[in-house]
Design a protein around this ligand. Sequence first.
Ligand code: DGL
Length: 263
Amino acid sequence: MFDSGFGGLTVLRELLRHLPGADFVYLDDTAHLPYGSKSQAAVTRFTAAATKLLVGRGADLVVVACNTASALALPLLQTEASVALMGVIQPGAEAAAAAVPPGSTVLVLATEATVASHAYARACAAHGLLAVEKACPLFVPLAEEGWTDSSITTQVADVYLREALATSPALPAAVVLGCTHYPLLRPLLQGTVQGLLGSVPIVDSAEATARRAAQLLPAATSAGQRGSVLSVLATDSPTKFQRLGARFLCRELPPVEHVQLEE
Ligand code: DGL
């Protein structure tokens, strides 16, 4: 699995729970962070190179634990991949549909590139939901800096949510975290959402992604004798990932190995 940074750890947490018999390689492509403000051509290049590296490490399934890469690159790469390749947008839309009545409006918070692709609008429409999409570009650097409970992040969240609500045709019945970094801010977002919308559900794609992965790798759903092995690779300095990654994953990390993507 891979993401441009820590965000994919929110998906890894659920994968570890649902696939106790699998081994995991997490690739952190910080050299190219943020994906969310890059072009489709660039994100497709990074995604293809990350997939190639993970397949080379023996992956049976590649989880694109990044909404931006899922929106911009997955439809093309899925047609040429030599192993199963899955993203997080379909699972995110499924999680939204499970949380609200049909016909509801949902507010999707995502990166600029994901919003511009309207991948969530399409995926939600397929489940009978209207998605109001809002780009929140400052959330990724704030999460990457570990500012998950800062008053500055609260102010940023308040501005983004107010701007989104000003354009929404109806009061959203749920908030969808359409970037895998955003669940790292969930406790903080909960307060802001509660203040502006009342107690509506906040959903993300992590658990639905893990359930789908479990369907694709049924043999890995029961724990083996030795437990799962986690390897972590980073395309930029491993130091920061080592320091903050354990906090976000809520478990010790193995030494992070530096790798280079072959684009
Ligand atoms: N975590 C990624 C996502 O789900 C992208 C963050 C970024 O690199 O902009 O969209």
